[in-house]
Ligand binder design. Structure first.
Ligand code: GLC
Length: 548
């Protein structure tokens, strides 16, 4: 079997500040997370992705780093972090951290020094322009919250570039010292024992920004260099990149066209994300079939990371206006549910009307599609959101552990919490919490545990090929399969509300002793696959074949 662990992983994404507070100061911390590792192990998680852990003014939830070589004191110390790595390792769980090196915080000592004087050793670490760049008001990532990408710095008497917020000046990747520093940052954390990095904003990291050119060239060689460096330092380390780019550009992030995978190991599949959401909204599998067909072939070792929800808005910008309108109408009709004109700032459970069948369907679908599944904390219990919070914070509320005050997240006074817990309504912590679901074998949490265990017995999903089974299927039904030399799994997901029956006898001969390994309910034995009923919003994972 492949020892590329990331192809068989279940990644769980969390932000330390909202996960578990051990010292009652209202902010989650590393000891708190250590105390919950058994929970994650039981769930079946094999890799934790931590949102930024570094000291930060915290104006972009930690994505504005002020010191790459330390841990935010609110979370604990480097010593606590080393202990986390050890304790996670004991449970077979790897830890990857966010690597946010497109920019720093404007409070980072490098930028403070850079702007202070032309003689600063850090002056050339950032991207400057003496004159007002013509593209100053182009390329904003956060429209509505950000009005320009070049701002004037009165101290330096220069314009500086920031792809994101004004307080996040971009580092200049053309500068060899910056490149060396990024490698040093990676080496530092690898030396401590992290298993790799979720690389933030990769298309912007490699941008060789020229003032006045909104479409500056990209230096993919830097990714090749970084990959080599990382792999020398820790041979099984992975890079998991955020690169939400045009489909035609995707493969270049993995490696040279037609060449080997010499750059990023894993990319988040933004394309599939939007198409899955569209398919769920339309109750029609066509967008997913399109996505499976259109996805470029990856170099060996390249892997997709699938997700339904991450810590940002659900980005629908690559859908057509009509498709986007359909998703908004179904899942985010109220303008306050939408963000940046392109996305939805809700969690999945409220989007799906808290309908247990559709939640299972959505996650069964994501986890069975090709790639490595990434799950955001709280989704496994069907947490809700808080639209009263600003922007993306709506889905960043504290983890709901129990019916205790503050959802068992913290013993601090409620107004001391890093963010309020969801208290009222269907998603209030008295209704939605881990403890309650732990005691209920039919809960969503118990289902997730079962589903993930089942996935672990189906290695072909992570490592094999994934293809649409192109047979006449009833409306609403997606049939796909995963194959590798360990066996074959067949998947039926009914996106529509009505029961359908599929006739898959044309591939029946391939099955040895087909049986349902996961399904929304008991179904009759699949037999020769000629008569396979699937309930409305139901699903069946059928093992077709397994080699010894
Ligand atoms: C990425 C992160 C997002 C952050 C931005 C700036 O897109 O996912 O949360 O705000 O980068 O670092």
């Amino acid at each position: 079997m492949s020892d590329r662990w990331y192809q068989q992983a279940v990644v769980y994404c969390l932000d330390i500040d909202t996960f578990a507070d051990s010292n009652g100061d209202g902010c989650g911390d590393i000891p708190g997370l250590i105390g919950r590792l058994d929970y994650l192990a039981r769930l079946g998680v094999t890799c934790i992705w931590l949102n930024p852990i570094h000291p930060s003014p915290d104006r972009d939830d930690g994505y504005d780093v002020a010191d790459f070589y330390n841990v935010d004191p609110r979370f604990g110390t480097l010593g606590d972090f080393a202990e986390l790595l050890h304790q996670a390792g004991n449970r077979g769980i790897k830890v990857i951290i966010d690597l946010v090196v497109n920019h720093t915080s404007d409070k980072h000592p490098w930028f403070v020094s850079a702007r202070s004087s032309p003689d600063s050793p850090y002056r050339d670490w950032y991207v400057w322009s003496e004159t007002e760049p013509a593209d100053r008001k182009q390329g904003m990532v956060f429209p509505g919250e950000q009005s320009e990408t070049w701002s004037y710095d009165r101290t330096a008497k220069l314009w500086y570039y920031h792809r994101f917020y004004k307080f996040q000046p971009d580092l200049d990747i053309r500068n060899p010292e910056v490149r060396a520093e990024i490698k040093k940052i990676c080496a530092f954390w690898l030396q401590l024992g992290v298993a790799g990095f979720r690389m933030d904003a990769v298309p912007f990291i490699i941008e060789e920004t020229d003032p006045g050119n909104p479409d500056s060239p990209k230096d993919f060689d830097f990714l090749t260099e970084l990959r080599q460096h990382v792999q020398w330092r820790r041979s099984d380390a992975v890079l998991l990149a955020e690169a939400n780019v045009e489909p035609t550009q995707l493969v270049t992030y993995f490696g040279d066209e037609g060449g080997s995978g010499n750059r990023i190991h894993m990319l988040f599949d933004f394309l599939l994300n939007a198409r899955m959401v569209l398919a769920l909204a339309r109750e029609d599998p066509e967008p997913i079939i399109d996505a499976l067909r259109d996805t470029p072939k990856l170099p060996a070792g390249g892997q997709w990371a699938t997700f339904l929800r991450n810590h940002d808005e659900i980005d629908l910008s690559r859908l057509t206006a009509e498709q986007r309108a359909d998703v908004f109408a179904k899942f985010g009709p109220d303008p306050q549910m939408q963000l940046y004109g392109r996305g939805i700032r809700r969690r999945l459970a409220p989007m799906l009307g808290n309908d247990r069948r559709r939640l299972e369907l959505a996650y069964a679908l994501q986890f069975s599609l090709r790639g490595t599944p990434v799950l955001r904390y709280g989704e496994e219990i069907g947490m809700g959101d808080d639209l009263a919070l600003e922007g993306r914070d709506a889905i960043r509320t504290p983890m709901q552990w129990s019916g205790l005050p503050n959802a068992g997240f913290s013993t601090a006074a409620p107004d001391q919490l890093v963010r309020p817990v969801v208290r009222d309504g269907d998603f209030g912590y008295d209704k939605v919490n881990v403890t309650r679901q732990r005691h209920d074998a039919s809960s969503l949490l118990s289902w997730f545990e079962r589903m993930i265990r089942t996935l672990r017995e189906a290695p072909e999903v992570g490592t094999g090929s994934c293809s649409h089974v192109d047979v006449p299927a009833p409306r609403g039904l997606l049939v796909h399969r995963a194959d590798d030399d360990t066996g074959t799994m067949l998947f039926l997901h009914n996106l529509g509300p009505r029961e359908v029956t599929a006739d898959l006898s044309s591939i029946g001969a391939e099955a040895e002793l087909p049986n349902d390994v996961l399904a929304d309910q008991e179904y009759p034995e699949p037999g020769k696959l000629a008569d396979l009923p699937v309930a409305g919003y139901g699903y069946r994972w059928i093992r077709m074949r397994r080699t010894a």
